[in-house]
Design a protein. Structure first.
Length: 211
């Protein structure tokens, strides 16, 4: 919305300059150049915003977001997370820079994924009277944050670091398995096609905010 407002204002300013350019004003010699500069600045800002929106959309698609079904999208994000764990486990203790970069990638993927679930899916579970499942899965997200914090604080060249990664992966995969095989299919089957579509839309919007 702010971009639209700026475009409107700059457009009216350009029109005012054009209507009043009689050549008598003290700054009339610069009015044409000013209009060009302002127009170029507004256009540049619009291009920048469009590029940013495009980047967000691409990141959503790459991480499994913006899919046709919320459950399929979350499963795709689970697969992406497992792939990052694979890459981390393939590193050597000496590859500290690579480990740090992969940990950042893992943190981004899990934070975005967690936001989608906590803001949309778990509330939908509670509304469907699966309160215990929602609370249980939500509590496990707290442990995800603890693992990420610990891994960020630990020396990346320590053998204990990779051992902690493997503990984390075991916990995460158990969490994902419970969601994919039990909780989420039960929720999707209980909802109507319209309700599932609404959840998909809401979840994609949350993910887009974090992209």
């Amino acid at each position: 919305m702010p971009t639209k407002s700026k475009s409107t204002n700059s457009g009216s300013q350009s029109k005012g300059s054009s209507d009043g350019s009689s050549g008598e004003g003290i700054f009339s010699w610069a009015s044409g150049s000013t209009g060009v500069i302002v127009g170029a600045a507004v256009a540049g800002a619009a291009v920048g915003l469009a590029a940013n929106a495009g980047r967000k959309l691409l990141m959503q698609l790459a991480s499994g977001g913006a899919a046709g079904d919320w459950f399929d999208a979350l499963k795709a994000e689970h697969a992406v997370t497992k792939g990052i764990f694979d890459s981390i486990e393939a590193t050597e203790d000496s590859q500290t820079t690579q480990r740090s970069a992969l940990l950042m990638k893992l943190k981004y993927a899990l934070t975005k994924h967690g936001l989608e679930e906590e803001m949309v899916i778990y509330p939908a579970l509670r509304q469907a009277n699966y309160v215990h499942d929602a609370d249980h899965l939500g509590d496990e997200h707290g442990y995800v944050k603890t693992y990420l914090y610990e891994l960020e604080m630990m020396p990346k060249d320590s053998p204990e670091w990779l051992a902690r990664v493997r503990d984390f992966r075991t916990m995460i995969e158990q969490h994902m398995q419970e969601e994919e095989e039990e909780v989420f299919p039960r929720l999707r089957d209980q909802l109507s096609a319209e309700q599932n579509a609404q959840i998909t839309s809401m979840m994609n919007k949350e993910g887009f905010k974090y992209a």
